[in-house]
Design a protein around this ligand. Structure first.
Ligand code: CTP
Length: 404
């Protein structure tokens, strides 16, 4: 990270929230990475951090009032709003987001946000209920539609004593998002494909076969890769998860749809197959609902095998094959042995093995073993987000190593 932002300018808007203290750490990290930082402290922000600590860390004066004539003479608010490569709002409060979504401009922060033509990254923080309120949901949608980027909020214990989404992202996460939006992430320029979630195989128009995959790990991986600057296509089976920021999602139902969408997304540099693809589909799925027939035996389902997407892509001719193909192996016993056999059978480059005998499917945590040519590497139990970030970084390191 050191000096990776040399010459870049960030305008940091610090809103009024208890998480404002994390913005001080963010300034420190930005400066350490070589970025110049100017800060606007909103009036509410001054209740949580002082202008003195902000200016001591940025090494610049702190801007706070729209009608400060001295400031306007030195650098007008329009100029200030355009002087940066990226505007970061951290903490982004519900109030600031509502102002932005509605185009209000009644203080320096909101005026700069309305006057700017540079990319804006918001790091929201608020009480869980405020985040889930219909008004905030509408505002987030509007802002996303306006091309505003988001990092977080995370789920966890809140200063207000409640639990849920609303905690501001950690400074290190915000740094990663900033790196991406400044266009100099380690995966900038790389195309990556991720499959995630279950597939759904129809029996008749109302019934289907599926599995317990929640899609959380695959979605987290897609998000983590995008944070590092990759151009990510996420091919997702039917799950109700938000698409991670900066990720292009293709929604599919069946294994055959997923295969077709995967082939369409090629060529890519890296392909990661996290989806729990149904191995079989019902051979004679009907167009009409299967009815109970009085006195007749229950229907018998006949299966046929689905295409193996991972094996197919791994065995493409060299010119069409992604340079790194990664599979997942969900096992309930003899983890390393089965996963290594799977890697050899399907001819992928790496396999991420996880023991799914507990509540991994649908749960928040994961404990995986990464199997590569150099052997298995056991990762500690951590959240699916953390596992995703570590995998994304490992991929970035491997690609960099290959380029040497
Ligand atoms: N996979 C795939 N297409 C399939 C089946 C699996 O792309 N039709 C991928 C999964 O996304 C995963 C890997 O293959 O990356 C291993 O999936 P898994 O279900 O563990 O392996 P199977 O081949 O189904 O083996 P088994 O069920 O016998 O363990």
């Amino acid at each position: 990270m050191t000096n990776s932002m040399n010459g870049k300018q960030v305008l940091l808007i610090i809103g009024g929230g208890i998480a404002a203290y994390k913005s001080l750490e963010l300034i420190r990290l930005l400066r350490k990475a070589g970025a110049g930082v100017k800060a606007i402290l909103t009036r509410a922000g001054t209740e949580f951090v002082t202008p003195l600590s902000v200016s001591a860390l940025t090494g610049e004066k702190v801007y706070s009032d729209l009608f400060d004539l001295t400031d306007e003479a030195e650098m007008g608010h329009i100029q200030l709003s355009r002087s940066a490569d990226l505007i970061v709002v951290a903490p982004a409060t519900a109030d600031l987001m509502a102002k932005m979504a509605n185009g209000l401009a009644n203080d320096l922060a909101s005026t700069c946000l309305l006057a700017t033509d540079t990319p804006v990254l918001l790091s929201p923080t608020m009480n869980v209920r405020m985040w889930q309120h219909a008004a905030t949901r509408r505002n987030v949608e509007t802002l996303r539609g306006d091309g505003i980027h988001f990092v977080g909020p995370n789920e966890g214990d809140m200063a207000c004593g409640e639990f849920g989404p609303g905690r501001m992202a950690e400074p290190a996460e915000i740094m990663q998002a900033i790196t991406t939006h400044l266009g100099n992430g380690p995966l900038t320029g790389k195309k990556v494909l991720v499959t995630a979630g279950p597939t759904c195989e129809p029996i008749d128009p109302v019934r289907y076969l599926a599995n317990r995959s929640s899609g959380k790990q695959g979605f987290a991986i897609a998000g983590a890769l995008a944070e590092l600057g990759a151009d990510v296509t996420l091919i997702a089976g039917p799950v109700h998860l938000d698409t991670p920021p900066g990720v292009a999602r293709v929604s599919v139902e069946t294994a055959r749809d997923m295969m077709a969408a995967t082939e369409q997304a090629l060529p890519v540099d890296v392909a990661i197959f996290v989806a729990a693809v149904a191995d079989w589909r019902v051979a004679d799925a009907t167009n009409q609902k299967i009815k109970k027939q009085k006195g007749a035996p229950p229907p018998t389902l006949t299966f046929c095998e689905n295409p193996d997407i991972l094996a197919t892509i791994s065995q493409l001719p060299k010119k069409a094959r992604p340079s790194l193909v990664i599979g997942f192996a969900a096992e309930t016993e003899n983890l390393i042995e089965h996963a290594t056999a799977k890697l050899q059978r399907k001819k992928c480059d790496w396999i991420v093995a996880n023991d799914v005998s507990g509540d991994v499917m649908g749960g928040e945590d994961n404990q995986v073993i990464l199997i590569r040519q150099q052997g298995p590497e056991s990762w500690p139990q951590m959240s699916k987000q953390q596992t995703a970030r570590r995998l994304a970084q490992t991929i970035a390191d491997a690609l960099q190593e290959n380029q040497k």
